[in-house]
Design a protein around this ligand. Structure first.
Ligand code: HEC
Ligand code: HEC
Length: 488
């Protein structure tokens, strides 16, 4: 149960009830949507107006991204009433980085002990696992872990949006809403849950060999340093009486955690109480340029198509699910309290590349994007699809088709209808991605357009076949398409 907070995000994406959207997700920002006619008549890649109210969401200066201390009391000021939209967005930004929503997290002592004792392997703020240290944290905690609900007497750290949706761009700038494809979520789980057990008392025979290999450097350090071992034992004493709080992974789950590439994960697996009995892998999405309800309605999309299976109908529905499934009390999180976070997320814009390909190449690729037929499935906001696609249509790994529908799994009553399909994602900002396709199986745009070979993985869930659209075009045209995708 301990890692529920860690895991709740994906479940929230995927499980929230359809049809309970009161429309609050749209927020009432009619003014910031550029819609000129429905569907095909509009340019999917037209720039959205800047509605960030001067907030700094992309910068090399981390302190600037954290608004130089202005986040701390923003929600208090916003909730007191009468504040302006800038305060609302500052409050939403605070929530993005620091709101645990009263969900249960990891006993705080676990990440703290790792950060303190393994600087070379874990790093301040779990930097070695792809997170960013919070400059305001005396304990060197990462941005993306914040106080959660107490577990008995224990303080916990819950995972916030920032753990997965805040990252450094390839050029070194920090960007809110970026998909953290460097984040080694699986390995972090093993370090937090399996490593302490194994370092102190467990037997390797009880654990999956790949999982042990993932944390072996930590285990070696403990084995070689008796003082370190004693420090670990004394730090973890508070957990000793709380066996129900020690997360239990079946071996099979450990195996999966060890193998997910960074930036990918399956949420519906132990120790989350909900295991859908299907192993699927989801790539973390970027949150830039999410369509508001009025924009997607104007383009003919039935819903916001959030999540890879495209089944969550709006951002507000998504946020409600995040709170509820994480074990928070939804009654304490009415829509008006969630709205600052939603408004803030809607204000996130795709950062432009600092080294875009030559403009003429980008323009040539843009024309090819239409003439080669990409536009047929990428004609919605920011190049997303306006409908969902069957796995037969795109040919990508189809494990996700069974998502939430494994043998013997009883779907919770609140579960939305299954789509058995995959969304065609927004394409802007792909220059900053290091993982492509829903399962992150393809490492580059060049590999996606078959300019360099793909690895040829066929193992279920990890497969990198499919979506070979454009692969038969002349090489120069494929290069132009890549230039276009790197230029938007
Ligand atoms: C532990 C990692 C993690 C955390 C924490 C997390 N997310 Fe995500 N998020 C993901 C992954 C992975 C996906 C893709 C999931 C899927 O659909 O299979 C995703 C998808 C989304 C999407 C759908 C985007 C789209 O275009 O389909 C939204 C919106 C989102 N997250 C918002 C949030 C918000 C808001 C928070 C904080 C309240 C949050 N996430 C916390 C990992 C995370
Ligand atoms: C039949 C519909 C269809 C066509 C045609 C199509 N796409 Fe896609 N595209 C999709 C779907 C669906 C996905 C997600 C598939 C998955 O992840 O399993 C996708 C994914 C992508 C991605 C990966 C984005 C990411 O975040 O991982 C890129 C890039 C992309 N398409 C570009 C193109 C280009 C360029 C063309 C034309 C050469 C094209 N697409 C043609 C439907 C289509």
């Amino acid at each position: 149960m301990v890692l529920v907070g860690l895991l709740l995000a994906g479940a929230a994406v995927l499980l929230v009830a359809q049809g309970c959207d009161s429309g609050a997700g749209g927020g009432g920002g009619d003014d910031d949507v550029a819609v000129d006619g429905g569907g095909g008549g509009r340019d999917p890649f037209a720039a959205l107006p800047d509605t960030a109210e001067g907030l700094t969401n992309v910068s090399t200066d981390l302190d600037a991204v954290l608004e130089r201390g202005a986040l701390a009391d923003a929600c208090t000021r916003w909730r007191a009433g009468g504040a302006d939209r800038r305060t609302q967005l500052l409050c939403g930004k605070w929530m993005f980085f620091y709101e645990g929503f009263g969900t249960a997290g990891v006993p705080a002592v676990l990440p703290e002990v790792l950060i303190e004792n393994f600087p070379d392997d874990i790093g301040p703020g779990f930097a070695k696992y792809g997170m960013v240290a919070d400059p305001g944290s005396a304990k060197h905690l990462p941005l993306g872990m914040a106080p959660g609900a107490k577990l008995g007497n224990l303080d916990t750290l819950a995972f916030t949006c920032a753990s997965c949706h805040f990252a450094r761009l390839p050029d070194g700038r920090y960007a809110v809403g970026a998909a953290n494809h460097a984040y080694q979520y699986g390995k972090q789980n093993l370090a937090l849950a399996v490593f302490p057990l194994l370092a102190i008392m467990g037997s390797p025979a009880d654990h999956d060999p790949d999982a042990i290999a993932a944390i072996q450097p930590l285990l070696d350090k403990v084995a070689a340093d008796q003082a370190l071992k004693l420090r670990l034992i004394s730090a973890l004493i508070p957990l000793a009486g709380a066996s129900s709080m020690v997360p239990m992974f079946p071996r099979e789950a450990e195996h999966h955690y060890a193998r997910w590439p960074s930036g990918t994960m399956d949420f519906l697996i132990e120790p989350l109480p909900l295991n859908d009995r299907v192993h699927t892998i989801s790539k973390i999405s970027a949150l830039w340029g999410l369509p508001r309800d009025d924009e997607r309605a104007a383009t003919g999309m039935a819903g916001a198509q959030l999540g890879w299976t495209g089944s969550t109908s709006s951002l507000m529905v998504f946020l409600r699910g995040f709170v509820e499934l994480g074990g928070g009390k939804l009654a304490e999180w009415p829509d008006d309290k969630l709205l600052p976070l939603a408004e803030y997320i809607y204000s996130l814009r795709t950062p432009a590349s600092l080294t875009p390909p030559p403009a003429a190449e980008v323009a040539r690729g843009r024309a090819l994007f239409d003439s080669a037929g990409c536009i047929a499935c990428h004609d919605g906001p920011r190049g997303s699809g306006r409908r969902l696609y069957g796995f037969d249509e795109v040919g990508t790994d189809r494990a996700m088709e069974q998502w939430l529908d494994g043998p013997g799994f009883m779907r919770p009553a609140i579960a939305e209808p299954l789509t058995r399909k995959v969304k065609s994602p927004r394409l802007t900002g792909a220059w900053a991605f290091t993982r492509f396709l829903h399962n992150g199986s393809v490492p580059s745009l060049e590999a996606l357009l078959c300019l360099v070979p793909r690895a040829g993985v066929t193992e279920t869930a990890y497969g990198d076949a499919g979506h070979d659209f454009g692969c038969a075009l002349p090489m120069a045209e494929r290069q132009a398409l890549v230039s276009f995708l790197k230029g938007i």
